[in-house]
Design a protein around this ligand. Structure first.
Ligand SMILES: CC(=O)[C@](C)(O)C(=O)O
Length: 297
């Protein structure tokens, strides 16, 4: 097995986009296809299910992905110990993201970063996703994972990681709110809502109210942190609009108490990405991190 094939495979397994991975790995799309084909021939199993432009991993693909993550990480660490890598970067990098993003999108990026720069200390702070851009803007964090705001502050660079779906969630256990929303034609103006106090999700729920022609919504509570909104819905306090990934990463006892009422349409995609101050992009640590992102090529 060729380490380069494995590297390309891992990139594709994460980006799930042939064009993007081919560009990032500096190979032509046909070379990329050949590399994947070689691995598939080797294993005697398809690794991806392809349809038009998107790809999903098969069971064998998932297994190879884990193997590739492990192997490439160990290989990099070994190279460092035998001194094959150039002078390594040192220092601290302060990251900020939500608990959800720390579970969902941060690990593969940090794996890559730590493999290449094992001497950099990562200081991770978690908090309200809606604060992420501000944390970077105010220098409290060097790098943050954030939902893209409608207007990005001019000094902030944003590298997209994913397009998230946004869902309206309600309590699943019997309670007055569940009874209200499960009616054939709910009176949305009377349904209690849990809102984020600010940020791109707040903006989306305001648009949703407008579309539903609710001028005076019943706001049960305004909270900081999308994870807290899921808990409050699970407790039966009201309904909420949240990125679905927050629900997916909630612990089971919370997840089981929540139902999805509707997924919002694709007209307002929720872009998740990494942000940094543009003027800091040429600092060695920030630059090294930025370079590893799938969207920065
Ligand atoms: C914006 C963001 O970081 C997430 C993952 O979508 C969230 O926590 O809501």
């Amino acid at each position: 097995m060729d380490l380069r094939d494995l590297k390309t495979f891992l990139h594709l397994a994460e980006s799930r986009h042939f064009g993007r991975s081919a560009r990032a790995m500096h190979v032509s799309p046909s070379t990329l296809s050949r590399q994947i084909q070689r691995l598939e021939d080797d294993l005697g199993q398809p690794l991806f299910l392809r349809d038009n432009r998107t790809v999903t991993l098969t069971e064998a693909g998932e297994q190879l992905k884990q193997f590739a993550q492990h192997t490439l990480l160990q290989y990099q660490q070994m190279r460092h110990t035998i001194g094959q890598e150039g002078p390594s970067l040192t220092g601290e990098l302060h990251l900020f993201c939500s608990v959800t993003a720390a579970y969902s999108h941060l690990p593969p990026i940090l794996d890559r970063f730590r493999a290449e720069h094992p001497n950099v200390e990562i200081k991770l702070t978690t908090g309200d996703a809606a604060d992420a851009v501000e944390k970077v803007d105010s220098d409290e964090a060097d790098i943050a994972i954030a939902g893209k705001p409608e207007t990005l502050p001019p000094g902030i660079a944003f590298s997209i990681l994913d397009n998230l779906s946004v869902a309206l969630i309600a309590p699943a256990l019997p309670c007055p709110v569940r009874a209200q929303v499960n009616l054939p034609d709910p009176d949305w103006a009377k349904v209690p809502f849990i809102l984020p106090d600010q940020g791109p999700v707040r903006r989306r729920i305001e648009l949703w109210f407008r579309r539903q022609k609710i001028s005076n919504p019943f706001i049960y509570a305004t909270v900081a942190g999308h994870e807290a909104m899921v808990s409050m819905v699970a407790l039966g306090c009201g309904v909420a609009l949240i990125p679905e990934i927050v629900l997916e990463n909630s612990p089971e006892p919370v997840r089981n108490r929540v139902q999805i009422l509707e997924r919002s349409d694709e007209t307002t995609p929720f872009e998740l990405g990494v942000c940094v101050q543009k003027k800091r992009l040429n600092e060695p640590l920030v630059h090294a991190f930025w370079k590893l992102l799938p969207g920065s090529h």
